[in-house]
Design a protein around this ligand. Structure first.
Ligand SMILES: [Zn+2]
Length: 277
């Protein structure tokens, strides 16, 4: 399927009775067309049992600037290839510090790192929102970046985002725990102004994502300790899209079709929020 648009390739592989897993080409190939498949594993012509996995690598599109759109959404795919453990204040002027970018989770079944899955889902979410006329600014479109959480918030501030959606996957020491939750800034003087709208957005997005996927809802939680929230002057949420520590959920979250449902659900919730403003 090399050279085909990734959406076409996904459909073809699925129709052949195989399981599709997509990966963003990282680093991007300089001469590849956006959305084109740049690699597949196993190679073309290989004989494989029905149901086995085919990994498709494709070229990500960059930031989409649909000028003239009434809405700006900033998407922050959580984490990055290497954690940045240099401490930064958790909010402007704070004496409490946290690492600029913490390391994320890893899938117990798929061994996929959280930064990679978060980017895959974020790119699907971007495409869904752009198709609905939203101007989307991506905090990152590759994994090999170093962007502190304070700077991720600043990207949302500079873009004057109507909503910042931070895409993460969860982890627990209890491998049985599963489901989705949404977080919003709460309980600090830095985020008083954005707390009500963020809370509303978190509830709407989680509700829509759960409805689209059938995942368990773990609820909406206010947080005062997240740098990516505390530097933000724009409504902002984290969607925790599933537990990478739960083997069944990790495997399901890695599938292209299921990921598309998560993205579609989040996008529906975002559109509901934008239209309610
Ligand atoms: Zn995370």
């Amino acid at each position: 399927v090399v050279g085909m648009p990734v959406q076409v390739a996904e459909a073809l592989v699925a129709a052949a009775g195989l399981t599709v897993q997509t990966r963003v080409a990282d680093p991007p190939s300089p001469d590849a067309t956006p959305d084109a498949v740049t690699g597949q594993q196993p190679d073309a012509g290989a004989l494989v049992p029905e149901g086995s996995a085919v990994v498709i690598t494709y070229q990500a599109r960059g930031t989409v600037d649909a000028s003239g759109s009434p809405y700006v959404v900033v998407i922050d795919a959580g984490h990055q290839t290497k954690a940045d453990l240099v401490p930064e204040p958790i909010g402007p002027g704070s004496k409490v510090e946290k690492p600029r970018v913490a390391g994320g989770a890893t899938g117990v079944a798929t061994h996929v790192p959280e930064y990679e899955r978060a980017l895959e889902l974020s790119l699907r979410l971007r495409d869904d929102l752009v198709a609905q006329g939203v101007r989307v600014v991506m905090v990152r479109t590759t994994n090999d970046v170093d962007i502190p959480n304070s700077e991720r918030a600043a990207i949302g501030n500079r873009a004057k985002a109507d909503l910042v959606v931070r895409v993460h996957f969860d982890s627990s020491t209890d491998s049985a725990v599963s489901g989705m939750s949404a977080l919003y800034p709460s309980g600090t003087s830095w985020t008083t102004a954005i707390e009500p709208a963020s809370h509303t957005a978190a509830a709407m997005v989680l509700g829509a994502a759960v409805a689209a996927t059938g995942a368990t809802s773990r609820g909406v939680f206010g947080r005062g300790d997240m740098s990516g929230f505390n530097y933000s002057t724009r409504p902002t949420i984290i969607v925790e899209c599933g537990f990478m520590s739960n083997a069944a959920e990790d495997a399901r979250d890695g599938g292209a079709a299921y990921q598309q449902r998560i993205a579609g659900g989040i996008a529906a919730g975002v559109m509901g929020f934008l239209h309610s403003r």
